[in-house]
Design a protein around this ligand. Structure first.
Ligand code: DGI
Ligand code: FE
Ligand code: FE
Length: 181
């Protein structure tokens, strides 16, 4: 990854991999899968937007209006494609964890939730509100941590007037109905 990412992104990548491996140990997920998914989750993050669009168009992936407005959202889908074709990952769960790491999806697998949460709370993250609380919650109630992250992400996106991907909204509604109160 250090060859395709700038140094800040590479540091984030290592932190996500380590955080994901700890969550995997906590919840009985395969630690190696968590490390691999963490290492690869942002493998397309440093590609230019035109490249992300061309990869997704070439593969006939569905691109939403929001993704056309904000092509950087496609780094997750394009990353999943590269993980399969360039880095030879065949495990569907790992590929899905990469594919869904930015918006989440309703009914995520354990590995998908681990990557989604690790990406948000890795120790290098400093900006988000409630980080300390989310970090503690993640090791006690993973679904609750997913919900808190979606709440804060949606609030941040609304406040900053960003386009909101339908999947992010749907994932929030799903975990609002599923996380323990
Ligand atoms: O790639 P990273 O920066 O490590 O993390 P990420 O893949 O979760 O991307 C983070 C950004 O994605 C963060 O600023 C929130 C944003 N995001 C998540 N869902 C949506 C979104 N941005 C928009 N515009 N719309 C969404 O639905
Ligand atoms: Fe990302
Ligand atoms: Fe990331």
């Amino acid at each position: 990854m250090s060859k395709v990412q700038d140094s800040k992104r590479y540091e984030h990548t290592l932190s996500v991999a380590y955080t994901a491996s700890n969550l995997a140990a906590c919840y009985g997920e395969n630690i190696e899968y968590a490390l691999i998914a963490g290492m690869l989750h942002d493998c397309a993050k440093c590609l230019p937007e035109e490249k992300l669009l061309s990869i997704c168009e070439k593969q006939h992936m569905r691109i939403s209006g929001e993704e056309y407005k904000k092509p950087s959202l496609l780094h997750a889908k394009a990353g999943s494609y590269l993980a399969e074709k360039k880095y030879n990952i065949t495990n569907r769960d790992i590929l899905n964890a990469i594919h869904n790491h930015t918006t989440g999806r309703p009914g995520m697998s354990l590995l998908e939730k681990i990557i989604f949460v690790a990406d948000y709370m890795e120790p290098g993250r400093r900006q988000a509100p409630r980080l300390e609380q989310i970090r503690r919650t993640a090791f006690v109630d993973l679904d609750k941590a997913v919900l808190m992250i979606l709440e804060d992400t949606l609030k941040y996106l609304q406040d900053s007037g960003s386009v909101i991907e339908k999947t992010t909204q749907e994932t929030y509604q799903y975990y609002k109905g599923h996380a323990e109160p």
